[in-house]
Design a binder for this molecule. Structure first.
Ligand code: FAD
Length: 393
């Protein structure tokens, strides 16, 4: 049988089939309602734990599925084809927290945090961005100071997905990047911080987002927060490497989310253009509509091949794949947004309403040009990496 880049093994094909069935039967029916109400569907999220994918890339010894980057892409693509907001909450938990802790924490910390994250008993996230530092992540100002068996953290984190699970309730556990007082700009230290830590609180749940409204976003505050020294991940000053390593899988799975958005948008516009008549002819007989559909499909397939090729070659244990992990997100995020935009155009007035899904997909698609690195950040990183190469492979 010919090699299938999108399902390289029978296990990948089975995983896709399982998640697609779950997405269509359980995620799709609730998507519009949770988008409108800006609420996180916790019971549905926990079902992902029953399916075994909350720790998709985490080792089986800590409750995960022990799968690879391709498997992670499959789950993100399939969930995003029906509900990108829900998929973003999944990404923050399974990639930004679970994968990060699995790759970078000690066995004792993994045993303490991962099994409950893999079942969904605990809802988790990662805190990098701050009110005054996003793209310039090394400009972060959250500080840590050692005090006996504790570290004392001060600062605020902004835009944290899963930071809250409702208007007033914090998420359960977070990987938090900070800097030891007086340390150099590049010397970050990360900590595992749990709900209930004295001095750690929910600043605000961020409401009225353009899209991704089914994923909760919050500002989190640290006011002399006392974090046990046993929750420091790695040595002081070494967390930048953890961050860089995890950003790579984050960007590939964010690209996979854009693929789900694009695929669904193409399906919707293709079906509509076959049926809807104008001047006595189906819309898909008109060249301008053909251009929307055909170009969308070609761009989607180009992005899909690039993303799965990068995921297939990816070693989750090592950094060093920044050029292409930034590359897939740069290409796919704008591609997904453009394809959803064309789908709205093909559907005319109907495309502008919630019923046909594409307006929601379009709103959700925009976030992928911002979160996990803006497209300008990818352009900067990639140009820097390319400047080191004389010839391309
Ligand atoms: C819904 C949502 C969920 C998120 N979830 C998380 C999360 O779970 N955890 C987390 O840590 N963060 C999260 N983020 C934060 C996200 O990663 C940041 O918003 C993003 O990195 C951009 O940072 P910023 O918003 O501070 O914008 P800025 O960095 O201030 O950028 C503003 C603009 O200036 C541009 N810019 C900045 N510097 C340069 C430069 N050197 N050259 C050219 N242009 C530049 C940017 O590209 C952008 O267009 C989330 C954000 C959103 C909106």
């Amino acid at each position: 049988m010919a090699f299938d880049l999108f399902n390289p093994t029978p296990e990948h094909a089975q995983l896709r089939e399982m998640i697609r069935r779950f997405a269509e039967t359980e995620v799709e029916p609730q998507a519009l309602e949770h988008d409108k109400s800006e609420t996180f569907n916790l019971p549905l999220f926990r079902k992902l734990g029953e399916l075994g994918v909350l720790g998709v890339t985490c080792g089986e010894d800590f409750g995960g599925a022990g799968l690879d980057a391709v498997a992670a892409c499959i789950v993100h693509e399939e969930l995003s084809a029906v509900d990108p907001g829900f998929a973003l909450a999944y990404l923050a938990h399974s990639m930004l927290f679970v994968n990060n802790v699995y790759q970078n924490a000690s066995d004792e910390q993994r045993a303490r945090f991962l099994p409950k994250a893999c079942t969904g008993e605990k809802v988790c996230g990662m805190c990098m961005s701050e009110p005054d530092a996003g793209t310039d992540v090394l400009g972060l100002r959250t500080t840590a100071r050692r005090d006996g068996d504790f570290y004392v953290l001060n600062g605020a984190k902004m835009w944290i997905t899963n930071g809250a699970i409702s208007k007033s309730e914090l998420g359960d556990a977070f990987l938090v990047y900070a800097r030891m007082e007086g340390a150099a700009r590049s010397e970050l230290t990360s900590f595992l911080v749990e709900k209930g830590t004295p001095g750690f609180s929910l600043g605000q749940k961020i409401e009225d987002k353009l899209g991704m409204r089914a994923s909760p976003t919050a500002e989190l505050v640290f006011e002399d927060a006392r974090v046990p020294a046993a929750n420091r991940v790695g040595e002081e000053g070494t967390a930048m490497l953890h961050m860089m390593r995890n950003l790579e899988i984050e960007r590939v799975t964010l690209a996979a989310m854009s693929l789900g958005i694009a695929r669904r948008s193409i399906e919707v516009m293709n079906a509509y253009a076959k049926e809807r008549k104008s001047f006595g002819e189906p819309l898909n007989r008109y060249g301008q509509i053909q251009r929307h559909i055909a170009e969308s499909y070609a761009e989607y397939m180009a992005g899909r091949a690039y993303t799965y090729q990068v995921a297939y070659a990816m070693d989750l244990h090592k950094p060093g794949q920044r050029l292409d992990t930034d590359g897939v997100k740069l290409f796919c995020s704008t591609m997904g947004k453009n394809v959803a935009d064309r789908a709205i155009q093909v559907l005319g007035g109907y495309g502008y309403t919630g019923e046909y899904k594409v307006e929601r997909l379009w709103r959700d698609a925009k976030l992928l040009e911002i979160g996990g690195g803006t497209i300008e950040a990818h352009q900067k990183n990639m140009t820097r990496d390319l400047a080191r190469l004389d010839k391309l492979r």
